[in-house]
Design a protein around this ligand. Sequence first.
Ligand code: GLU
Length: 377
Amino acid sequence: MSELAAARRIVVKVGSALLVGPDGAAHSAWLADFAADLARLRARGQQVLIVSSGAVALGRRRLSLGRRALTLPEKQAAAAAGQSALMRAWEEALEPLGITCAQVLLTRDDTEVRRRWLNARATVETLLSLGVVPVVNENDTVVTEEIRVGDNDRLSARVAQLVGAEALVLLSDVEGLFTADPRRDPTATLIARVPRLTPQIEAMAGGANSAAGVGTGGMATKLAAARIAQAAGCATVITLGTRPSPLAAVEAGAAATVVEAATSPKAAYKAWIAGSLAPAGALVIDSGAAMAVRRGKSLLAAGVRAVEGQFDKGDAVAIRDETGREIGRGLIRYVADHARRICGLQSAAIEPELGYTSGPMVHADDLALAAHAEAAG
Ligand code: GLU
């Protein structure tokens, strides 16, 4: 299984069943072993993010809620009480290995509303650049039914998309996707590789198989996560988390289902900018800037001649040359009024003008060239 070894960034989703014992306490032995498994990836130069469930399970014990079904507000209260215990468990596992972790709580809006998405991404990127392991969970305190991600399988896929990860590992209490429910059908076989998520594959995760596993998500939510990841250029590995060193085990050939990526994270991101966003405005740029942008450089304020339309920071804008030809599209780093004020200014003059700087108008990473511009570049 090559995806894990080759990935630059890996998101690992850990379910409640792995982290919290039947007594409602954190599984510290499992955590210590898993921390060593992660440290090995980091020692190879890979960046790792954890998406961890367990807040509700740990909070139940703290709040003496027993094992009964909880209402949504009770679940949120349990999560609030359990989240700090969850972070303490991760800190106790990672710190002895010299690894610093940081709590990141997200809602669905944070991964869907572009401005919040950009902010969340910038924070997580900063943590990664500082060598920190982000430990992500849903921000259960503030979510309502409408803005809940609802399960951490899907949340982990959104996180993989947010950071452009190449691999997403869903650790759970099942070995992977089977042709039928292995508890009921002795002829059920594990599907090792899924190049495309076809309706037949999705059907295998339905019915009895859909509830496999004890956490919130059964196989159906795992495949829903894999679908998001696949389109975002990220491979998904579904495997058993209860083995010792589950990541090393899966690399060494332990049973797993790998849902392959359909593209690269970078290509998926640029396609999203180019295709699925209606531009809210436009930047008209001079020929020097047009040449730089075609060569893959960021678009600096100095090269912008005119700013058209009304847009917010993080919106998509069209980038046109002075003849009106569209060179590409990108996510702008300034609100329209500020973009107008800094249009034509050298980078060093931005802060004195606005009182802050967000760098280039459009960063090269957030800029998708039109097909003709790419060919010309
Ligand atoms: N956010 C929930 C928790 O931490 C878990 C949701 C899930 O496992 O899918 O308890």
